[in-house]
Design a binder for this molecule. Structure first.
Ligand code: TXA
Ligand code: MG
Length: 325
């Protein structure tokens, strides 16, 4: 990929140019607070098809539409329940995706043919600047999956996006550098098409926060295998590095090791991360898994955090990273 595609100074002018790239049907990878996304104009079928091509992702997997403000959810969704409005007010911009009944704007190439659409207002200055600039030139929303090849670890830096997708982007596409992501794991996905909110993918917005915001019980479908809605993150072996991920074992010589700082490093083990708490664990996890691959390690042993809060999302991703391998 050429240097001009990699934008390291995200000035207002650069955001106007990037928004125009989107409008012209090109791809723009951009930072969010969770992970980097690979964006395309969500109303442009050809542009969206390029996302699938660059990721190597099956075409029937739905994409999240990113918008600049909660008001824009009305463009993309209909019959929005009151509790979804409560959630949007409390947590947007933020690491939360709402699954809502789609409007006619959300076509099959976004929803994977489903009657629902995923919407999110990300909490990152660069993402919001891009979405605002896109809106200013008539854009409705930016479809963006995580900017990794299908099944791989999501990128949390612009360099990781370049490493993942550099060979698959076109000359006119761009990668915006907004620094390392502060949350580090993907948004909480909440199905808002029923009477009560249902978590489809855990994230930084927890069941407790959802319940407090809405006054409703929260269904947790994460462990259910009867789930009809397609969530690609719920396939086996997702979020996975090339190294084999082993959970809660004693690491042996030459293996990578990730654990909270309170756990000492066993002899002859490659310590990849020593986060001080669960928030830091989430922030550093994906970069640590990438480092394991850069070092050519065959195994990474991870001591899972045991708490609630974001630890639930960390364990969910680790289970999938370790799954079926
Ligand atoms: O934090 C995030 O959500 C990041 C950043 C870039 O916003 N995006 C992200 O996108 O993780 P992706 O495509 O890698 O994962 C989104 C998940 C997919 O598993 C997809 O199947 C699910 O959301 N999804 C999207 N629309 C859906 C819908 N209508 N119903 C059910 N699941 C949906
Ligand atoms: Mg993804």
């Amino acid at each position: 990929m050429s240097q001009s595609q990699f934008v390291s100074r995200c000035t207002a002018d650069a955001m106007v140019l990037a928004a125009q790239k989107l409008k012209d049907g090109h791809l723009v990878a951009f930072p969010t607070e969770t992970v980097y996304g690979l964006g395309a104009d969500a109303t442009n079928k050809t542009a969206v098809a390029q996302i699938y091509a660059a990721k190597g992702r099956p075409a029937d997997h739905p994409l999240i539409v990113h918008v600049h403000t909660m008001q824009a959810m009305g463009d993309w969704a209909e019959d929005i329940p009151t509790y979804a409005i409560d959630l949007a007010r409390d947590f947007w911009p933020g690491p939360m995706t709402l699954i809502l009944n789609r409007s006619s704007l959300a076509q099959d190439f976004i929803t994977g043919g489903q009657k629902s659409v995923g919407i999110r207002v990300p909490d990152h200055v660069v993402a919001l600047a891009l979405l605002n600039a896109f809106y200013a030139i008539g854009g409705k929303g930016v479809a963006a999956p995580s900017a990794n090849r299908f099944g791989h670890v999501s990128p949390t830096t612009a360099q990781a996006v370049k490493d993942e997708l550099g060979n698959y982007l076109q000359e006119q596409d761009q990668i915006l550098d907004g620094g390392p992501c502060t949350v580090g794991v993907e948004s909480t996905i909440i199905d808002c098409t029923g009477d009560m909110p249902k978590i489809l993918r855990p994230g930084a917005i927890t069941a407790e926060m959802i319940s407090t915001s809405t006054g409703l019980d929260v269904a947790d479908s994460v462990d259910s295998n009867t789930e009809k809605i397609r969530v690609s993150g719920s396939l086996e072996a997702h979020y996975a590095p090339a190294a084999l991920v082993l959970l809660d074992l004693q690491p042996t010589t030459g293996q990578g090791f990730i654990a909270l700082a309170t756990t000492p490093t066993p002899k002859d083990v490659v310590r990849l991360a020593s986060p001080n708490n669960d928030v830091e664990f989430a922030q550093t996890l994906y970069a640590s898994l990438r480092k394991a691959d850069e070092l050519g390690l065959s195994y990474v042993v991870i001591e899972q955090p045991t708490g609630s809060g974001i630890a639930v999302a960390i364990r969910d991703r680790l289970m999938r990273a370790a799954n079926g391998r």
